[in-house]
Design a protein around this ligand. Sequence first.
Ligand code: NAP
Length: 303
Amino acid sequence: MYDIGIVGGGTAGMTAAIYGQRAGKRTVIIEGGNFGGQITSSPKVENYPGIASVSGSEFSMNLLDQAMKLGAETVVEKVTGIHAEDGILVIETTDKAYPCRSVILATGVTHRHLGAADEERLTGSGVSYCATCDGAFFRGRDVAVIGGGSTALQDAEFLSNYCRKVYLVHRRDEFRGEDSIVKRLAAKENVEFVLSAVVKEILGENVVEGLILTNKKTGEDFRLDVAGVFIAVGQIPRNESFADVVKLDENGFILAAEDCVTSAPGIFAAGDCRTKEVRQLTTAAADGAVAALAACKYISDQR
Ligand code: NAP
């Protein structure tokens, strides 16, 4: 029996494990894919207090190392649901069941797709959702980044270091992401902003060969010849497996306020998977701490 079962091994989940272990609780983190979560795809994190600059993968590996050194157990299995049994919460995975006194859902979010024709077919053949993972394949070539948030800006900056040309395609004429990066990109000779434009078509028989974009102001279509398309148009939650135990909002985020308390006793939600205004690395870490301490209090109140 675990004191705290954590679903998701991103920043929120691993921070919760650190706080849980330090409070003397037996903690397990169950992760369906790779530990680290979204931040592993960030080439450079420059807004985490106390760390001027670090790669996302180094940051997350340090977190995992810290949690494991404190005794947190880790399991790589896909969680399929949760049910209550005699006052115990049981986390079900494809392989096993993990009885826990409390549960923290830290399931994060996943990449939103554009929904363009041939996007799925060309994924892995020029279409990518992770510049850090796939950028090196496009050294010396021309690529497009789609999106106007922090991820798109960071991806464009990262790719500009070794791609010949980076088109940053955004549907509006101002960016949502940090102004400091916009200024750095504007100063780069091999970066071109393509604003008020949306993707109409991704071209290519076997690999990406280009894009057909529509200028939203004139309605005209135009072509960009690119070998890679990096899609960074935001994130969506994946909480369907828990919809029968915790309340979700209309967009699929787990309903929970800053106290991380969900509609189900003993189940807490931390990080980007819950309803919140600001989804940042710092707020994910903060949620991990809040949820773990709330879980500790819940366990002692039950005794
Ligand atoms: P985001 O901030 O939600 O931005 C998504 C972008 O994609 C927006 O510019 C949006 O356009 C555009 N978009 C959405 N749907 C689209 C569509 N169908 N077609 C074309 N464009 C579309 O997402 P994000 O950049 O992934 O960032 C998510 C969160 O993580 C944010 O809170 C961000 O600050 C944070 N983050 C932090 C770091 C860090 O280093 N700490 C790094 C990356 C991200 P509109 O602007 O028109 O809505």
